[in-house]
Design a protein around this ligand. Structure first.
Ligand SMILES: NC(=O)c1ccc[n+]([C@@H]2O[C@H](COP(=O)([O-])OP(=O)(O)OC[C@H]3O[C@@H](n4cnc5c(N)ncnc54)[C@H](OP(=O)(O)O)[C@@H]3O)[C@@H](O)[C@H]2O)c1
Length: 236
C-alpha cells in the first residue's frame, strides 16, 4: 500500500488522462482533473482549465488546494497534434502544439512546484510520446514538444532532486484513444507492423505505469524516460 496523495491530472476528461485519473482513484488517492469540457471519472474533482492559460491553471490549483490539499503528484497529460509535413506546416501549427504540450507542462509544473518545495515532496509526471525520441514524418511540431519534456524532467531533477521531488517522463507508444483514432488506416497498419508486441496499447497500461512512478516504491527514480510502447521505440 502506497501513501495516499493529492493528485492533479491535466486533460482528465477523456483518453489517457481519464484512465490515469481512474487508476489513481482505484489506488486510494485524492484525485482532481482539469478539463476544458466534460468531467473526470467517478470519485474525482473536476476543475476547468486550459493549459495554455496560466490564470486558469492558477485558479484550478487554488480550488484543488482548498478542496483536497496541496498537490503532491502532478501529471501533465493534456496534449494535441496538428500533423503535417514540414513544408506545409504553418507557424501556428508549430507554435500552438508546442505551446500546449510543452508550454502547458511548464505552466502546470511551475504552479505545482511551489507546494512541492514547501512540502519537500513531489512527483512530477510528464506524458511524452515514443515519437519524441523515435521521430515521425508529419510530426515535427509534436515530436519536438514531446522530446523537450525529457530535458524538462532532467533539469527539474537537478533543480529539485534534493528537496524530495522526482520528475519522470512516460513515453507511450500507440495507444487506442481519440488521438490515434484520427489517423489514416494505412498509418495505423504501418504502426502495428512495427510494434514488437503485435498490438496497440491501452490507456490503462499507461495509467498503471504513472501510478507506480508516483508510488512510494519509485522514490529513487528521477529523470527517467519509461516507455510504454510494446517495444516500438526500443533503444531510442
Ligand atoms: N494516444 C496515443 O497513442 C498517445 C501516444 C503517445 C503519447 N500520447 C499523449 O498522451 C496524452 C493524452 O493523449 P490522448 O491519446 O488521451 O489524447 P486525446 O484523447 O486527444 O485527449 C487529449 C486530452 O488533452 C486535453 N487538452 C488538449 N488541449 C488542451 C488544453 N489546451 N488545455 C487543457 N486540456 C487540453 C483534451 O481536452 P479536451 O477534451 O478539452 O480537448 C483531452 O482531455 C497527450 O499528451 C498525448 O500526446 C498519446
Amino acid at each position: 500500500m502506497t501513501t495516499p496523495r493529492t493528485v492533479l491530472v491535466t486533460g482528465g476528461n477523456r483518453g489517457i488522462g481519464y484512465a490515469i485519473a481512474e487508476e489513481f482513484v482505484a489506488q486510494g488517492h485524492r484525485v482532481a482533473v482539469t478539463a476544458r469540457s466534460g468531467e473526470g471519472p467517478a470519485g474525482t474533482l473536476t476543475v476547468v482549465a486550459d493549459v495554455t492559460d496560466s490564470a486558469s491553471i492558477d485558479a484550478a490549483f487554488t480550488t484543488v488546494e482548498a478542496e483536497l490539499g496541496p498537490v503532491e503528484v502532478v501529471v501533465a497529460n493534456a496534449g494535441v497534434t496538428k500533423d503535417g509535413l514540414l513544408m506545409r506546416m504553418t507557424e501556428d501549427d508549430f507554435t500552438s502544439v508546442v505551446d500546449t504540450n510543452l508550454g502547458g507542462a511548464f505552466r502546470v509544473v511551475k504552479r505545482a512546484s511551489k507546494g512541492m518545495l514547501k512540502a519537500r515532496f513531489g512527483r512530477v509526471l510528464l506524458v511524452s510520446s515514443v515519437v519524441g525520441l523515435y521521430g515521425s514524418p508529419g510530426q515535427v511540431n509534436y515530436a519536438s514538444s514531446k522530446a523537450a519534456l525529457v530535458g524538462f524532467a532532467r533539469s527539474l531533477t537537478r533543480e529539485l532532486g534534493g528537496r524530495g521531488v522526482t520528475a519522470n517522463v512516460v513515453a507511450p507508444g500507440f495507444i487506442e484513444t481519440d488521438m490515434t483514432a484520427a489517423l489514416a488506416d494505412d498509418q495505423k497498419a504501418g504502426y502495428l507492423q512495427s510494434i514488437p508486441a503485435g498490438r496497440y496499447g491501452s490507456s490503462a497500461e499507461v495509467a498503471k505505469t504513472l501510478a507506480w512512478l508516483a508510488s512510494d516504491d519509485a522514490a529513487y527514480i528521477s529523470g527517467a524516460v519509461i516507455p510504454v510502447d510494446g517495444g516500438l521505440g526500443m533503444g531510442h
